[in-house]
Ligand binder design. Structure first.
Ligand code: GLN
Ligand code: ZN
Length: 782
């Protein structure tokens, strides 16, 4: 029998029920029992959907109150000792404290799950970490699903992926040393599952999609020899990229089946099939777990039928990865038109697609003729729709020349032209763009969207905010002011709403981390800019000051990265279309007298492919897209870019190739460590390394910023150094923002004086501020 299954299902709920329940629990407004009841309801519903759709097993173990890696640590008993918690008796309150911190301990760190926008809690391991077992939630949920009449497939994060993604606290200690301890823990769990009569366990090892070093590759065979003998059948799940380079290793593992991602890496099927071991199941991940497009079922079937001819019943059908990364239910969308909706499928609809493919494989295409006809019709309309295909955009893209992706002259020449009119002091000061998004601002926007506030009144309210921001910056003495971005809800949505080719859902939420969800725009068609988007706001702001107002835009790569991107053309083409739209805006800003323009690219680095061997190709087109957006202006117009919390060391040449006149980056939390790479590389243009952390309301004292400025001056010549905070200030309040900026300007004045007098900056030793882990509540969407 062809088994149909999903690797996992989103847990947040179609109406974000989990988010609201968890947050009510945090506020003390819901009891643990009430929260548990919401979890049970969601699991019951999601399992029922899987069964009703026609899947053969339901995924259990994909549910998490906060994060699946944190759940795995709690299941294994591998919690950081610093909290002093007993993993076997862990309460929900303590579980959340691990993810969010408590009065005595900062939260465990959080980082991106591979190349998705989901963030997981990073396990903290050291030589003393025991894996003596912890909470029994998984077993409880298995019993729960069974009591509801489901065939259960437990899902676990595999031991090697768990270790690989964790961080070690003790120095000189190799994570792989813990293999001997973690394997018995997994073995005990698998044996417990076997004792419960579980047949199949999905064990996720997505690190197999990475280019693994020899020691990590070598770890697989002994680990799975041990786990393969635990009495359950293992389905080793890989996803997010091809595993062909590890095929010899995988084929030899004593696992009963392997899942591969045929959406991200469709070509691996043909590469793997000829050598596929006769005894292994192949689970074909053909339904995209990371996007919102309905599958072209006929095309998918073509691929599957070829595999079926070889594998027979050993072929399973599945989502490419967990559906965690797609929104929950398209049926909730009552404001999308029927045509657009026919092109989409959210997690619940994807379950149906998987089941249709299974039925077609088992009973022939005729058995699902109606479903295939509907899918064919949607595919045809996507291929030809005038809403998607705009000939003018195609023509413009085809006509792009090399000259369009480069400024006319080199940085030195541009810098001279810019200095001539900007006449900025040494160490010019600026901010990253946004100022506090106050309650009033949000209330005005919400009222405007509901139609309760007339457009003229909304504009007047935003102008008042801009005036306030400009006055405050004048009073503080910032050299290059900004308008403050009061009118923007979000740095991508704001532009998406004004660009052609974008659509917005009402409930297209995806979990970002913990209780935080994002609702990315949908890029469904060719992108173009019908009218200027920011020019009037910037023009107004400039009218209020004699200083050079900095115009603020979001860059093409970031808009691409933080949207659901169409799958019917290469990402690079979509990036270039967005780049052309941003270029038009840059040119219009320049014509309106805004001659300092920042194009934010905080997501530039996160677009990097998982495999290093694919990096150059990405950096090539991403860099080109940025330059296309930035190169329509004359030498004297100064282009800034901004990136937050990026590790640049390995991509500095590509960052330099973006050729922005000024780049501002986040450096204060790493104590300017990042900047050393810029120094070593001799970054050629101007840099503004952030001198204070905007992620907390703390007001850093003058000497602390002075110390960072002194460190920056060690690597960047004073003529090319800017002074600014780490990121935008939209999540801060005004009092701390003004106090921190006043200190930043005092530190700058002192640094300028020291340089003018030729004295070395004297800074108090050891005044470094130990930054907290990224909490995600900053201006950075990442
Ligand atoms: N200009 C944006 C802001 O200040 C940049 C935010 C970001 O880097 N994520 O809010
Ligand atoms: Zn930032």
């Amino acid at each position: 029998m062809t088994i149909a299954h999903a690797l996992g299902f989103p847990r947040i709920g179609a109406q974000r029920e989990l988010k609201f329940a968890v947050e009510a629990f945090w506020r003390g407004e819901a009891s643990e029992a009430e929260l548990s009841a919401v979890g049970s309801t969601l699991r019951r519903r999601h399992w029922a959907w899987q069964k009703e759709a026609g899947l053969d097993v339901v995924a259990v173990g994909d549910f998490a109150w906060y994060d699946q890696m944190l759940n795995t640590a709690a299941l294994l008993g591998a919690l950081p000792g610093r909290f002093g918690f007993d993993a076997k008796a862990l309460s929900l309150k303590q579980y959340f404290e691990l993810g969010r911190g408590n009065a005595g301990q900062p939260a465990m760190e959080m980082t991106k799950w591979f190349d998705t926008n989901y963030h997981y809690i990073v396990p903290e391991l050291d030589a003393a970490t025991a894996f003596d077992g912890g909470v029994d939630w998984l077993f409880y949920e298995i019993d729960e699903a069974r009591s509801q009449g489901h065939a259960v497939k437990p899902v676990l994060v595999g031991p090697l992926t768990f270790l690989y993604l964790s961080k070690t606290k003790s120095a000189g200690f190799d994570k792989l040393d813990l293999v001997n301890k973690i394997v018995p823990a997994y073995r005990r769990i698998l044996e417990k599952l076997a004792a419960r009569g579980i047949e199949w366990v999905q064990i996720d090892e997505p690190i197999l999609a990475l280019e693994l070093s020899a020691d990590w590759q070598a770890a697989f065979a002994p680990v799975y020899r041990e786990l393969g003998a635990a009495g359950v059948k293992l389905l080793l799940a890989t996803y997010f990229d091809s595993v062909v380079e590890h095929s010899a290793l995988i084929n030899a593992l004593p696992v009963a089946g392997v899942h591969i991602d045929l959406v991200r890496a469709p070509a691996q099927l043909d590469a793997l099939l000829p050598g596929w071991p006769a005894d292994k199941i192949l689970s074909a991940g053909v339904i995209d777990g990371r996007n919102i497009w309905a599958a072209d079922l006929s095309a998918k079937l073509g691929q599957l039928e070829a595999a079926k001819a070889r594998l027979g019943d050993k072929l399973w059908v599945a989502s490419s990865c967990s559906l965690l990364h797609s929104p929950v239910d398209l049926d909730s969308e009552d404001q999308l038109d029927a045509e657009l909706k026919s092109w989409l499928a959210f997690a619940k609809q994807k379950l149906g697609e998987i089941a249709v493919l299974k039925r077609a494989l088992e009973s022939g295409r005729d058995a699902v003729a109606a479903e295939l006809a509907a899918s064919d019709a949607a595919a045809r309309s996507r291929a030809t729709s005038r809403r998607i295909h705009n000939a003018a955009v195609g023509t413009r893209l085809a006509g792009l020349s090399d000259a369009d992706s480069a400024r006319s002259n080199a940085y030195e020449q541009r810098a001279a032209a810019q200095r001539a009119w900007l006449k900025l002091p040494l160490l010019p000061t600026t901010t990253i763009g946004s100022f506090p998004q106050t309650k009033d601002i949000r209330a005005a926007r919400a009222a405007f969207k509901r139609g309760e506030l007339a457009e003229a009144n909304y504009v007047a309210a935003m102008q008042a905010e801009i005036r306030l921001a400009v006055e405050k910056q004048e009073a503080l003495g910032l050299d290059v002011p900004v308008h403050g971005e009061a009118e923007r809800n979000d740095m991508v949505e704001y532009f998406g709403e004004q660009l052609a080719g974008f659509a917005f859902t009402r409930f297209g939420w995806v979990q970002s981390y913990g209780s935080r969800c994002v609702k990315p725009p949908v890029i469904f068609g060719d992108v173009s800019r019908p009218t200027p988007m920011t020019v009037e706001w910037s023009r107004y702001a400039q009218s209020l000051t004699a200083k050079p107002m900095k115009g603020m835009l979001t860059g093409p790569v970031t808009i691409l990265q933080w949207s659901f991107v169409r799958d019917d053309q290469p990402r690079r083409d979509t990036a270039l279309q967005i780049a052309l739209a941003i270029r038009d805006e840059v040119v219009d800003l320049e014509a309106a007298g805004i001659k300092v323009i920042q194009i934010d690219e905080p997501a530039f680095r996160e677009g990097l492919p998982l495999k290093r061997s694919d990096w150059d190709a990405y950096l090539e087109w991403a860099g080109r897209a940025f330059r296309v957006s930035a190169s329509g202006v004359v030498d004297s117009t100064q282009i800034h870019t901004h990136m937050c919390y990026s590790e640049f060391n390995d991509i500095l040449p590509a960052i330099a190739a973006m050729d922005a006149d000024v780049i501002t980056i986040e450096t204060s939390r790493s104590d300017m460590e990042l900047l050393e790479a810029f120094g070593e590389f001799a970054y050629p243009n101007e840099i503004g390394p952030g001198v204070y952390d905007i992620h907390s309301p703390r007001v850093p004292p003058v000497d602390e910023m002075l110390r960072l400025i002194a460190k920056a001056l060690d690597v960047v010549p004073a003529e090319r150094l800017w002074i600014n905070p780490d990121c935008g200030l939209k999540t801060r309040g005004w009092p701390e923002t003004e106090a921190a900026l006043a200190n930043m300007l005092a530190a700058t004045r002192e640094a300028r004086a020291a340089i003018a007098e030729g004295r070395k900056l004297v800074v108090a030793a050891g005044s470094a501020y130990k930054a907290h882990a990224h909490s995600g509540d900053c201006g950075c969407n990442g």
